[in-house]
Ligand binder design. Sequence first.
Ligand code: TXA
Ligand code: MG
Length: 337
Amino acid sequence: METKLLHQGEEKLAAEILAAGGLVALPTETVYGLGADGLNEEAIKKIFIAKGRPADNPLILHIAEPQDILDLVLTLPPKASTLIDEFWPGPLTVILPKTKTVPSAVSADLPNVAVRCPANESIRLVIKYLKRPIAAPSANISGKPSPTKVSHVLQDLNGKIDAILDGGDCELGLESTVVSFVSKAPCILRPGSITKEQMEDLVGDIAVDPAVLGRIKQGQKALSPGMKYTHYAPRAKVVVVKADKETYIDFVNKNSSENILSLCFEEDKARINGKSISYGKEKDTTSQANLFFDALRKIDNLPEIELVYARCPYMQGVGLAVYNRLIRAAGFEVIEL
Ligand code: TXA
Ligand code: MG
């Protein structure tokens, strides 16, 4: 199939392709999503095939207006309501018990549904033209880094989907914060640009699912099925190096070779003797979030690289989200120096 490239202003055409049961990659403020009509089971099944996504990994439904969530969930607890009022439209996904409107292909047979009202005006317009929610996971091949540019989507899905709506580079670069309201206390299943601290200021304590920072143990149930799969992994082996700046630079300079690359911060580059790619500035976790997935894809374009030593980000605020993606890219291999 030929993948059509659509531009800003062609949202109506994108909605028509979706209404006919097609797949369109759409821009959001986090990462590009691979959209299908969220109420059309057959269209939703095509997403799983195009991405090679395991059928037990549920999808997020994207809505145009915050109040549209009411058709999709059985209850809206006060804390969920407070967060939605503050952060929607924006990079927050909430998980709640679903209504019968939600097809089981979306929720992978779970009794809950993930819902998000994105801030990106272009995808919101497509949803308004379609007049239905859009089911959309990140628009990458399962296991690959999430796409933050049209070129990333094309690398993975050209010829496999009907169209891509070009919205330029994604503003944030990491996927949305996912918060579950299924148990009594709210729980972060995936950290993102909206931080634990920001949410706790409004609703009090929020738990963090153990899978956010560690590997899920054999037999342990994943609250968010997506967390149990290898993720974001480039072809080369990645090892996270937890060390201060000087120790990290020393370590990579002592262990440098043709096949080793340092994934470091901008300020480190000039002092590293071997090959390096930077992902943002040392003290600026937002810039790290923005550049991280692109950096992983750049590594994949260097066929000689077999091993990557990645500098560990600071784990506060958005840094927690960056760390969460990095340890998955590293298959949880961490060296502490
Ligand atoms: O920013 C984002 O969230 C992007 C853009 C496109 O909106 N979407 C995205 O979707 O990252 P995806 O499918 O790549 O990641 C969704 C995550 C997965 O880890 C999935 O397992 C989890 O949310 N999830 C979805 N529905 C769920 C549910 N009902 N219960 C628990 N986890 C769920
Ligand atoms: Mg994804």
